[in-house]
Design a protein around this ligand. Structure first.
Ligand code: FE2
Ligand code: FE2
Length: 311
């Protein structure tokens, strides 16, 4: 462990602390319901600790000859009290693990003072996460955010951000996405295979798979438009959502164009037309990969439609 690597690692930790300060400030403002006073108080108390951590890290980075970062790590999106506590727990657990590792690295580097300070920070962060864990333990499992007395039945709304109140799924988009991915890719593969082994009915299989894939794309797009309604307009996921949607529509247009072309030429495309057709197929495959990638980003990076599991 050399000095430069240590500076880089401490800067990653500093970005985490800056993010924690923003997270706690924002969540304190967003807490709702009868527990708002306690929650806001809890979140604001943490800010002071995280600020001291950030201050220490920035000083140490400068002392080691580095430049402290000023950009925080992204703050997790959380809409309800429960989601906020879960996001806090995840961040605090990560901080505990990071500082445990960092204290070891400081020891290796021979900086005992830093190691001891980092161990103190491990104690602080694990205290934060234990406190949050205990709050979540008795948190009502299916209610959060605005208070609803238990005797009032939850409205069974299907396509809305009501996953904690309703037993119905948040949206059906994740179910349908598999159809266009599997069918459109299969149609391209079958069409290419048909060129190598003509007369085996592969072209026909490609044609029907393409039609089924297009039908699947229509349903996927529609369910996607509905699911997008559940994402708040000011969500940081919005930019990615817009790209995902645009790519989804482009996928439909490209494969729709291939279907029309194939239908009008009665499957008999040759010469330069065949080459151009293949290029459009490659573009279509790339679009499917891209739309899937951005869909994955929405779920795995931004947590759209996801309720975190709390062990
Ligand atoms: Fe901290
Ligand atoms: Fe903390």
């Amino acid at each position: 462990m050399n000095k430069q690597t240590m500076i880089e690692h401490l800067n990653e930790d500093l970005a985490g602390e800056l993010s924690a300060i923003i997270q706690y400030l924002t969540y304190a403002a967003k807490a709702t319901g009868p527990y708002r006073p306690q929650l806001a108080q809890f979140f604001l108390t943490e800010v002071a600790d995280e600020q001291l951590h950030a201050q220490f890290l920035a000083n140490k980075i400068v002392a080691l000859g580095g430049e402290p970062v000023t950009t925080p790590r992204p703050v997790a999106v959380a809409r309800t009290n429960r989601e906020m506590l879960e996001a806090v727990l995840a961040a605090e657990r990560r901080a505990t693990a990071d500082y445990t590792q960092r204290a070891r690295e400081a020891d290796e580097m021979g900086d005992k003072g830093l190691a001891v300070q980092l161990e103190d920070m491990v104690r602080d962060e694990s205290g934060h996460s234990e406190e949050t864990e205990r709050m979540l333990q008795d948190w009502p499992p299916r209610t959060s955010g605005p208070f609803r007395p238990p005797d009032v039945p939850a409205a069974p709304i299907l396509f809305h951000s009501c996953k904690e109140e309703s037993p119905m799924p948040e949206n059906l988009h994740p179910l349908f996405v598999h159809f266009p991915i599997a069918l459109l890719l299969s149609s391209v593969a079958l069409s290419w295979a048909g060129r190598f082994w003509p007369g085996k009915g592969l072209d026909q299989a490609a044609w029907y798979t393409l039609l089924l894939g297009l039908a699947g794309t229509v349903v996927t797009l529609l369910s996607g438009f509905v699911a997008a309604q559940g994402v708040p307009a000011d969500s940081p996921a919005m930019a990615t959502l817009n790209i995902h949607r645009a790519l989804g529509i482009a996928t439909f247009v490209i494969f729709g164009a291939l279907a029309i072309w194939n239908w009008r030429s009665k499957g008999a495309i040759s010469g330069n037309g065949r080459l151009f057709f293949t290029i459009i197929q490659i573009v279509g495959v790339a679009l499917i990969v891209a739309v899937g990638f951005y869909g994955g980003e929405l779920v795995y990076t931004f947590g759209v439609g996801v309720v975190a599991a709390v062990p």
